[in-house]
Design a protein around this ligand. Structure first.
Ligand code: SF4
Length: 373
């Protein structure tokens, strides 16, 4: 890979790995009890980004996404410094989408002010649910009242684009509790809603608890019914399902996530962050060392490893990702047999030169992934 021939980066992801508490279902690169590393971590991010800017071409950034972990945990002076650095050292477009993931418990006036002054114009609020039993299974330390307060405060302070995350198929979350959760989320007036099906990832506390029989299995029929209820409730409220797990009001689709689904180059900074780069003939992916302390020590060059994607694999990935979105994509060459099988299975359809997932294809996207990868 020659850095010089790579397409420029127009999308930046920054990983903030700190959390107050490690939730039992979480397999993200997130750590509790490391808050004292925050100042050194922000220093390290600046070192990495400064080095990356010398090495790669960044054009006007169209999106910046601070994800985690819990980016809202960073104290206001540190997030202000980090956002200021990004604006000063990288070229951020005036109409860029700048998203910050926030936990309701760490969404307060001083922080919202720092985020907005630093250019954050989209908040992704990790509500996850309003039902105390589901929140207890997820070990979320926030409650419905905190989520409601955080949302209203951000809105009142002028945050014009707010997304809410919700989780379904949670043990003890019956249909009535899920519908109530959807309705309470919709009543807040969000612009975007993400609904995730709870997965029991190996290595998590929740996975172990289920294996030990301390948490019941979720009936798979109920899981499908809950997805169906999300479609009914959100569509009735004017949201469009534009991706497998994402819903938005018109014009509020996440521009950053669309960059991933369209296989655009994205630079990932921070512990464990992944970058994706292309040069017109090839595609590369690399990732940083995962643990915050090691990441800090390794900057300015924290890359752990990487790979060049074989040409067919790169196209297969772009097909799999493109078919996550309701608009689909232009059918790539070399996948006629796979696509015909998917059409016959009712998972995708051809529509004016494009290949798009059906409702069934959105629901069963993992079958599309299995067929093309
Ligand atoms: S707050 Fe989010 S990132 Fe942090 S441990 Fe919980 S689920 Fe994981």
């Amino acid at each position: 890979m020659s850095e010089l021939s790579l397409h420029p980066f127009r999308h930046l992801y920054v990983h903030i790995p700190f959390c107050k508490h490690k939730c039992g279902y979480c397999d993200f690169n997130a750590y509790a009890g490391m808050d004292r590393l925050m100042p050194d971590y922000v220093d390290a991010l600046e070192r990495e980004l400064g080095f990356a800017r010398e090495r790669y071409t960044f054009q006007e950034l169209e999106t910046v996404y601070l994800g985690g972990g819990t980016p809202s945990l960073l104290p206001p002076h540190l997030i202000a410094r980090l956002l200021g650095f990004i604006r000063r050292e990288l070229n951020v477009a005036t109409d860029a989408e700048v998203t910050l993931e926030a936990n309701p418990a760490s969404t307060d006036e001083a922080r919202i002010e720092a985020w907005m002054k630093g250019g954050v114009n989209r908040l992704s609020l990790g509500v996850q649910g309003f039902d105390p039993r589901a929140l207890a299974v997820l070990e979320r330390k926030t409650d419905a009242a905190q989520a409601t307060r955080a949302f209203r405060l951000a809105r009142a302070m002028g945050m014009a684009n707010i997304s809410v995350d919700l989780i379904y198929a949670v043990p003890y979350q019956d249909m009535a509790a899920w519908i109530e959760t959807l309705r309470r989320a919709i009543a807040l007036g969000p612009d975007h809603v993400s609904t995730y099906c709870l997965s029991f990832e190996e290595g998590t506390l929740l996975h172990r608890r289920r294996a030990e029989g301390r948490v019941p299995e979720v009936d798979s029929d109920l899981q499908w019914d809950q997805l169906d209820a999300a479609c009914v409730e959100l569509e009735a409220a004017g949201f469009r399902r534009y991706e497998v797990s994402n819903w938005s009001r018109p014009g509020f689709e996440s521009r950053h996530n669309q960059a991933y689904w369209r296989c655009r180059p994205v630079y990932g900074a921070g512990a464990g962050a992944h970058s994706y780069a292309t040069d017109g003939t090839g595609a590369w992916r690399w990732w940083n060392v995962a643990r915050p302390r090691e990441y800090i020590a390794a900057t300015p060059s924290p890359r752990a490893d990487g790979e060049e994607l074989e040409p067919r694999k790169a196209v297969a990935e772009s097909l799999m990702l493109g078919l996550r979105t309701a608009d689909g994509m232009t059918a790539p060459a070399g996948f006629d047999a796979e696509l015909s099988r998917l059409v016959r299975a009712g998972l995708v359809e051809r529509r004016s030169g494009r290949i798009v997932p059906t409702r069934r294809g959105l629901d069963l996207h993992n079958q599309i992934a299995l067929a093309v990868l």
